[in-house]
Design a protein around this ligand. Structure first.
Ligand code: KG4
Ligand code: ZN
Length: 335
């Protein structure tokens, strides 16, 4: 049996996971830093990096159950926060050197896009992937595991960032995505007609910054007029405006590229409304829709191990002089 250790520290989750030669998960340890960043309403890069320094070895040691010996180590080398990335990459290099095993660096966004493989659900190539998280909103065309094209992306904020900022403005807590997801279920999504940004543009790009501002303006005006709508209605209407564009463009891109399957990954892919909308719209258009369980949508080492394994099988290897790439683009070779 081949064992692959995946290490993920690009943002605020410190995760290490062990997968087998079929990318099936043996252990998946995730140490969340939500409690540390909560009071700031967002991630503080230096706090994140320092927390990774403390947790990276205990997390890896739990993933290895204090005994398993990996045959390969894979790590996220970008994109992400420079200090956070450095901790995971340094740990991965030390392990590769100490165990005398190969090292494969991967791109975090690409890892989200293959995450269903951890549950044995990856469709055949080519497929379309929607990666939607706190840092990214991208539509990717996967010709193969190492030939990836960006079809569309956000021109400003990521979708999850808009969720987090709207929740912060409304004083709902951090991270905003799961809170808005839950509150929206009790709201009327048609209560307020927020703008569907770039809905009719012919490209596959997104914009969420204007929507966030529209929500803030609407709430400020309502307060001034003494006519504040229910917070459930505000967040539900915000979510509808954001997700309708995402789903519509994803399905359009799938039809245009002629793929048979769409994969969704990233933290926002946990969203119940998004999952329902994507499933029904894809089904209506004869497209298979695959989305990971929530634990493999948010940041995790299993998707990193899985992508590392797939790349290793194609001959990829990284040197012990591996650097980190905070702005790494999808499809770009990691030196
Ligand atoms: O993939 P992820 O863990 O980290 C990044 O790579 O960004 O995604 C985190 C993002 C946060 O913005 C969070 O608010 C959002 O995913 N998120 C959600 C949900 N769960 C997490 N957004 C909407 N609905 C959810 N249920
Ligand atoms: Zn992520």
């Amino acid at each position: 049996m081949m064992l692959v250790l995946g290490i993920e520290t690009s943002c605020d989750e410190c995760s290490a996971s062990l997968v087998d030669e079929n990318a099936r998960v043996i252990t998946n340890i995730v140490s969340s830093q939500v409690k540390l960043h909560e009071k700031y309403g967002g991630i503080v890069p230096e706090i994140a990096a320092r927390a990774h320094v403390e947790t990276v070895i205990p997390v890896i040691s739990s993933a290895l159950c204090d005994g398993y010996m990996p045959d390969l180590v894979s790590v996220t080398a970008g994109p992400g926060l420079v200090g956070s990335l450095l901790v995971g990459v340094s740990a991965a290099k030390a392990l590769a050197w100490g165990f005398g095993i190969p090292l494969v660096a991967v791109n975090h966004v690409e890892a989200h896009a293959i995450s269903p493989v951890c549950e044995g659900n990856l469709p055949d190539f080519p497929y379309l992937a929607l990666v939607i998280s706190g840092g990214h909103t991208e539509l990717l065309f996967f010709h193969s595991v190492d030939e990836i094209e960006i079809i569309g992306q956000t021109v400003d904020d990521a979708a999850g960032e808009a969720y987090d900022k709207v929740a912060k403005f409304l004083g709902l807590g951090y991270p905003g995505g799961p809170i808005i997801d839950k509150l929206s279920e009790q709201g009327d999504s048609a209560a307020i007609d927020f703008p569907r940004a770039m809905m009719s543009s012919l490209d596959y790009n997104f914009s969420f910054s204007g929507l966030k501002t529209a929500v803030i303006r609407y709430v400020e005006r309502s307060k001034m007029e003494g006519d504040m709508p229910r917070v459930e209605d505000i967040v539900s209407s915000f979510q509808a405006a954001a997700l309708e564009v995402v789903v519509s463009k994803t399905v359009r891109a799938a039809l245009k590229t002629g793929v048979r399957a769409v994969v969704a990954g990233g933290g926002v892919a946990c969203n119940r409304t998004l999952r329902r909308m994507l499933l029904s719209q894809c089904e209506r258009n004869g497209i298979e829709m695959i989305v990971s369980s929530p634990q493999y949508c948010t940041d995790n080492g299993a998707m990193v191990a899985a992508l590392g394994l797939m790349r290793y099988e194609k001959g990829y290897r990284s040197g012990l002089d591996l650097d980190v790439y905070p702005s790494l683009r999808v499809g770009k070779k990691i030196e």
